[in-house]
Structures are given as structure tokens and as C-alpha cells.
Ligand binder design. Structure first.
Ligand SMILES: Cc1cc2nc3c(=O)[nH]c(=O)nc-3n(C[C@H](O)[C@H](O)[C@H](O)COP(=O)(O)OP(=O)(O)OC[C@H]3O[C@@H](n4cnc5c(N)ncnc54)[C@H](O)[C@@H]3O)c2cc1C
Ligand SMILES: *[C@@H]1O[C@H](CO)[C@@H](O)[C@H](O)[C@H]1NC(C)=O
Ligand SMILES: *[C@@H]1O[C@H](CO)[C@@H](O)[C@H](O)[C@H]1NC(C)=O
Length: 500
């Protein structure tokens, strides 16, 4: 779609001048680098940009809201709970490395008993006895569970190649090229099929897809088995054991990375990015810069940069950076997910207990049912591991987190809870509305404007943002210093084996 891309560039006011890099004779470091967005994507980009470009390049990070973005907490009765991105996979190596480097620590998420509710009753209820679970699982689903773990492991094996590629400094100019280098045609084709089709073709039973896979999609992405097969597989990896979170809240990784990168945080709202040309002092040629126009509390301002990294979704209604005529892939809307936190006692009658009884599941996922007004409800624990349990204090009601597409009405709250205290809500435009065939937006928005969030159209997760940030930092560096042999190399898996 070269036409569409040209349109986008023109809308940035960039279509007049091309061929910037030729005028640069000496390979001096860039004078300034801008990053728009201080979520996990922007702050990890700051970290990797610092690592690649060295100590002396000034880096400005623009943020209109709170550092952390979609990693945020809410407070209930003096304790904080994860309201956005919550759990991290044990093999998410960038997140793991950040936590180690920043001197933070991991905390296990609350241990829970899983129940899968179809609107009338539980179709599956986990027991606290391992052996009973095994029997139940095989009884209900045959070997589908085992096969799923093997299937996910096979994907993870391929996915893990990214860390070797990045350690060896390789980068890619598009998300398709990156995914292709990891899992070949198979990964790319997954973007064109639903997870439902993908798993049916791989031989999984429809019962398993409806009762186990779909609920996992609904809790992780607020959408059912019609999402693309790539994000679907990422979501299934999120059902594995060993998941963790960051002690103190996942967002502290973002503040930590910002600090470690010695970047300059500008609390401001970026309105536009435009290209500016300035003649060289020597009189020969000109330099081309990107001007970032932004608003702060003290009014309008601008700064000029050699390189700009965009680390926020550019989709309609997301970032407010004006793009009058957009590439189709940017038009995709983001899915609304409302997180409601309720301290109270759950209504066991609602979940099918004949008379008030003790409801055992503490993590309730749901199957696809148009009558259900929520997609999951589960007990959550505070982000801080508390050393001293509140001894002597009467045990208070648990805090539940409900995910739903729309805010819960008072009536719906009364249905779900027998009694409740404090209620807090956070409404997110949470992740893309996935619908294959997925069209991925470009990484290269212009010669030196890079789009970290391109990867979200394939799958949105903290680690995805972090690895895209590293890819973009490497790419910007190799472009700047003309290391073309580190960009878009084919057959990297074989190549790296022979390099070792
Ligand atoms: C409810 C929910 C649950 C989730 N669960 C998980 C999970 O369990 N595990 C997982 O890995 N992922 C999860 N995710 C996804 C994960 O949170 C995101 O993929 C990730 O946080 C995205 O980070 P980002 O930095 O790319 O974007 P963001 O965090 O959105 O950061 C973009 C930043 O840019 C800023 N910005 C935007 N426009 C401008 C502008 N014009 N000027 C200045 N600043 C601007 C925004 O304020 C924002 O801070 C979940 C997400 C949600 C919402
Ligand atoms: C995926 O679908 C798109 C659009 O329908 C098509 O252009 C592309 O060739 C397909 N890719 C694969 C790998 O099937
Ligand atoms: C609990 O659920 C039942 C069944 O849906 C409903 O009739 C009742 O109103 C709910 N609320 C309370 C407080 O029992």
C-alpha cells in the first residue's frame, strides 16, 4: 500500500522533502531523540536507546498523563491493585531483565481456584486437589489440555528466538518481517485466521475451544475466539503456571526505566510532528529535523529532534496526535474494557448455588453468552507483598476485579454481590479490537520516525511493547550509522547458529 503510506507521510507534512540522510557527512551522534509516550513501550525504548546511542545523547520523553500508561493501580481501603496490565509470563525475558536491573522484585499473583461459568452454571470447576483436577480434565477434554500445552510450547520456542536476534543486534523494519523471522509463514498466517479456526485445524475439539480457550480470550482481551490466531496463542500462554507481577505494581518498572535511562520527562501533550529544514553553518547542504509541537501547563512549545519514536497507539481517539488521512491499519478501533473493583461478598446464588453456599472458585471466567454482562470476575491481592499480615484485625471481605465491556449498573452490582463496600472503576481503551485478517501498521512512519506500537495489532502485552521498543532502538541506531547488515536479514535462525 505505498499510496496509503504516502498519504500518511503527507498528513505529517513530510511529503515534500525526501532523502535526508545523504547530506550527513560525518557519523556524529544524533543531537536529540524524542520518545512520545511513557508507558512500558516508551520507557523501555528510552532504556534501549540510551544503551545503543551512549551516555551523551539527550533523550526527551513526552507524557500527557501518568508514567506507566496502561500499567496503573487503583486504591481500595488504602491498598493498591493492578487496574491494567497485570500478569507477566515467566519467559518474558525483557520484563524479567528490567526487574533485575532495576533492583525490583517479582511477586506471584494470587493463588486461585478456577471456575468457568456459562451464564447458568459452572462448566468446569478446579479442585484444590491436583489428582482430581487431572481426572476431571481428561474426563471432560481428553488430551486437549496436554496438546494445548505442547502447542503453546512450540510457539514459545519460536518466539524466544527474538532474544537471540536482539542480543546479536538484529532489527526489522516491519512487524511482519519480525514475526516472519521468528515463526516463518506459520506466524504470519495466524494473523489471517481466528484462534477458533487455527485450533480447529490443529485438531482441538470444539468443546475445548468453547469452554477453555474462549474464556481465556475473554479475560485477557475482552473478546472471544474470533480474535486472530497469533494474539490467541499469546493469550493461551497467559494460562500457564508461573505467572508473576512486579512487587509494588507493574508501573514501577516504567518509572525505574525512565530514571535508569537518564531521559528527560516532559509532562506535555504532543499535538503534531512536522519536518523542518535548517541550512548547515558551513553553507553546504541542510539538516532535516523533526519538530515536536506540544502543550504543557505553561502553554504551547516545541523542540527539534533527529529521531522520533512514537510509543502510543495512533488509532482514532487514542493519542490525539493529528493524522488527517490515515493508513487503514490505524483506523482499527480499540476495545473498551471496564475494570470494576468491589470489596464485598459475592452472590453465590447468582452462580447457581441453590441456597447460599460457599462459592469455591475465586477466579471465574466465562464462555460466550450474549446474556452475560461481564467477561470475568476474580479475587485480587494488593500489589505490595505485605510482610506483617494484619494480625488481630477481623478478616475483611475480599476485593474482586470484574472485567466487562460496559460499566456495571447498580442493578448488575446487586446481582453479583450480596453486600459490598467501596467500588472503583477504571475504563480503558485497552487493546485493539482484533479481527483477522489483521493489517499491521508500519514501523517506519518516516525516515527517522519509528512506531513502537505497530506490534499491538499482532498482539498487545507488556513484553510485546518492550521487544518492539528494543527492535526500534536497534533499527534507529543501525539506520543512523548505516549498519545495513543488521537490518531485515533473512534466515537469521541459521545465520546466528553459524555465527556462534
Ligand atoms: C485491562 C487491561 C489488562 C491487561 N492485562 C495484561 C496482562 O495481564 N499482561 C500483559 O502483558 N499485558 C496486559 N495488558 C496490555 C498491556 O497493558 C499493554 O500492552 C501495555 O501496557 C501497552 O504499553 P504501551 O507503552 O505500548 O502503551 P501505553 O501504556 O498506552 O502508553 C502510551 C502512553 O502514551 C501517552 N500518550 C498518548 N498520546 C500522547 C500524546 N499525544 N502526548 C503525550 N503522551 C501521550 C499515554 O498517556 C500513555 O501513557 C492489559 C491491558 C489492559 C488495559
Ligand atoms: C492475509 O490476508 C491479506 C488480506 O486479505 C492478504 O493480502 C495476505 O496475502 C494474506 N497473507 C497470508 C500469509 O495468507
Ligand atoms: C443474587 O442472585 C440471585 C439469582 O440471580 C438474585 O435473584 C438475587 O437478587 C441476587 N442478589 C442477592 C442480594 O441475593
Amino acid at each position: 500500500m505505498p499510496g496509503a503510506r504516502a498519504l500518511l507521510l503527507c498528513s505529517l507534512g513530510l511529503c515534500l522533502q525526501r532523502g535526508l540522510t545523504e547530506t550527513r557527512a560525518v557519523r556524529h551522534p544524533p543531537a536529540r531523540i524524542a520518545i512520545i509516550g511513557a508507558g512500558i513501550g516508551g520507557t523501555s525504548a528510552a532504556y534501549f536507546v540510551r544503551q545503543k546511542f551512549g551516555d551523551h545523547v539527550p533523550i526527551d520523553v513526552f507524557e500527557r498523563g501518568d508514567v506507566g500508561g496502561r500499567l496503573a493501580t487503583v486504591e481500595i481501603e488504602g491498598k493498591e491493585y493492578e487496574a491494567g496490565g497485570a500478569v507477566i509470563h515467566p519467559l518474558n525475558l525483557h520484563m524479567k531483565m528490567f526487574v533485575e536491573k532495576l533492583g525490583l522484585s517479582a511477586r506471584p499473583p494470587s493463588s486461585s481456584l478456577l471456575g468457568i461459568y456459562n451464564g447458568k452454571e459452572f462448566v468446569f470447576e478446579e479442585s484444590s486437589w491436583f489428582i482430581i483436577n487431572m481426572i476431571k480434565i481428561v474426563w471432560y477434554y481428553g488430551f486437549n489440555f496436554l496438546r494445548m500445552f505442547m502447542w503453546v510450547e512450540d510457539m514459545m520456542d519460536k518466539f524466544m528466538r527474538v532474544y537471540r536476534y536482539q542480543t546479536s543486534d538484529y532489527s526489522f523494519t516491519s512487524t511482519e518481517a519480525l514475526l516472519h523471522a521468528l515463526g516463518g509463514k506459520e506466524f504470519i498466517q495466524r494473523l489471517n485466521k481466528t484462534i477458533d479456526e487455527t485450533m480447529q485445524q490443529a485438531g482441538f475439539s470444539q468443546k475445548f475451544i468453547d469452554e477453555i480457550v474462549t474464556p481465556a480470550m475473554r479475560v485477557n482481551y475482552g473478546q472471544g475466539a474470533q480474535i486472530n490466531g497469533f494474539v490467541g496463542a499469546v493469550s493461551l500462554a497467559g494460562t500457564e503456571s508461573g505467572l508473576w507481577a512486579v512487587d509494588g505494581g507493574n508501573k514501577v518498572v516504567c518509572t525505574g526505566l525512565l530514571y535508569a535511562s537518564k531521559a528527560n520527562l516532559i509532562k506535555g501533550y504532543v499535538n503534531s510532528v512536522e519536518q523542518k529544514t535548517r541550512p548547515l553553518r558551513t553553507g553546504e547542504g541542510a539538516v532535516h529535523l523533526y519538530q515536536v509541537n506540544y502543550n504543557t501547563d505553561s502553554g504551547e512549545s516545541y523542540s527539534q529532534y533527529d529521531i522520533v519514536l512514537v510509543a502510543t497507539p495512533l488509532n482514532n481517539g487514542m493519542s490525539g496526535i493529528q493524522f488527517p488521512s490515515v493508513v487503514p491499519a490505524f483506523k482499527k478501533h480499540y476495545h473498551q474494557t471496564v475494570a470494576t473493583f468491589v470489596q464485598g461478598q459475592i452472590n453465590s446464588t447468582f452462580f447457581g448455588c441453590p441456597k447460599p453456599c460457599e462459592l469455591r472458585p475465586t477466579e471465574i471466567l466465562t464462555t460466550e453468552n450474549p446474556d452475560l454482562f461481564f467477561s470475568s470476575i476474580g479475587v485480587v491481592t494488593p500489589v505490595k507483598v505485605s510482610m506483617k499480615q494484619s494480625l488481630g484485625k477481623p478478616a475483611s471481605d475480599p476485593v474482586w476485579k470484574v472485567f466487562s465491556p460496559e460499566p456495571l449498573t447498580a442493578e448488575q452490582l446487586r446481582l453479583l454481590f450480596v453486600t459490598h463496600g467501596e467500588v472503583k472503576t477504571r475504563t480503558w481503551l485497552a487493546y485493539p479490537h482484533y479481527h483477522p485478517p489483521e493489517r499491521l501498521p508500519p514501523i517506519m512512519l518516516h525516515e527517522r520516525i519509528y512506531y513502537v506500537n505497530s506490534i499491538e495489532a499482532a498482539a498487545s502485552a507488556m513484553e510485546m511493547s518492550a521487544l518492539s521498543a528494543k527492535n526500534v532502538a536497534l533499527l534507529a541506531y543501525h539506520h543512523w550509522y548505516d549498519h545495513l547488515d543488521k537490518i531485515d536479514q533473512e534466515d537469521l535462525n541459521e545465520k546466528i547458529k553459524s555465527e556462534l
